[in-house]
Design a protein around this ligand. Structure first.
Ligand SMILES: [Zn+2]
Length: 223
């Protein structure tokens, strides 16, 4: 059997706190605690707050299953599934911040701003693809996901507004540019370019940047 490490204790911490560890697991944990000051401190902290559980949840939402902890144990620390989901997603958001819209807004020229924005956003999609794909898949059937994804859609609307700043198209031309930008920003668009069309890093942003510029330029050319 491999050596009992701090990570082994962290995995069973919630069960340990709730007295749900079977005797052999508890004995292993107790032996480790006697020898490990760090884990004693961790346990002390966890007893005072549910922060440890939130942290584990953020690192690996499936840890409860791996550790053999019943979901009810986890839920005891949270009033309901929604607050557990919120705790997990706020940790996830903190670890995976989307591009800073204020920085985009600081660029005066709309085409230059778009050139900066698309690679940043597509880089974010590349880093977070599995999570975003799961959220998209579950959005229609899970109200917690709907709520969480609602915030993300709010961010996307704000991103599109920032990229529309300084564009002078009016009427239907403006609607087309707005739609082109919204389409270029969408996760589904990036995914199609990269997963279905096999485009690489950089090329994806170049293609969509050109698409928006062509849409915005179509009116200027006819004028
Ligand atoms: Zn330890």
């Amino acid at each position: 059997m491999s050596r009992y490490e701090c990570i082994d204790f962290k995995v069973v911490l919630s069960a340990y706190l709730d007295g749900e560890l079977a005797a052999p697991g508890r004995a292993d944990a107790d032996r480790h605690l006697l020898a490990c000051r760090q884990c004693r401190d961790l346990l002390e902290n966890a007893e005072r707050s549910d922060e440890a559980i939130r942290a584990l949840c953020a690192r690996d939402p499936a840890f409860a299953e791996r550790a053999g902890v019943r979901r009810s144990t986890l839920y005891r620390h949270f009033p309901d599934e929604a607050s557990l989901f919120d705790a997990c997603s706020s940790h996830w958001n903190a670890a995976n911040p989307p591009p800073d819209l204020a920085e985009w807004a600081g660029i005066d020229d709309p085409d230059e701003r778009l050139e900066r924005a698309l690679p940043e956003l597509y880089g974010f999609y590349r880093r977070t693809e599995p999570m975003l794909a799961n959220l998209l898949r579950d959005e229609a059937t899970n109200e917690n996901v709907q709520r969480h994804f609602g915030a993300f859609r709010g961010y996307m609307d704000a991103a599109r507004n920032v990229l529309m700043q300084g564009r002078h198209d009016r009427g239907q031309a403006r609607s087309r540019v707005r739609a082109a930008i919204g389409h270029a920003l969408a996760f589904e668009t990036w995914r199609s370019l990269v997963r279905e069309q096999g485009l690489g890093n950089v090329q994806d942003a170049k293609l969509m940047g050109g698409f928006v510029r062509a849409t915005a330029g179509a009116r200027a050319a006819r004028r």
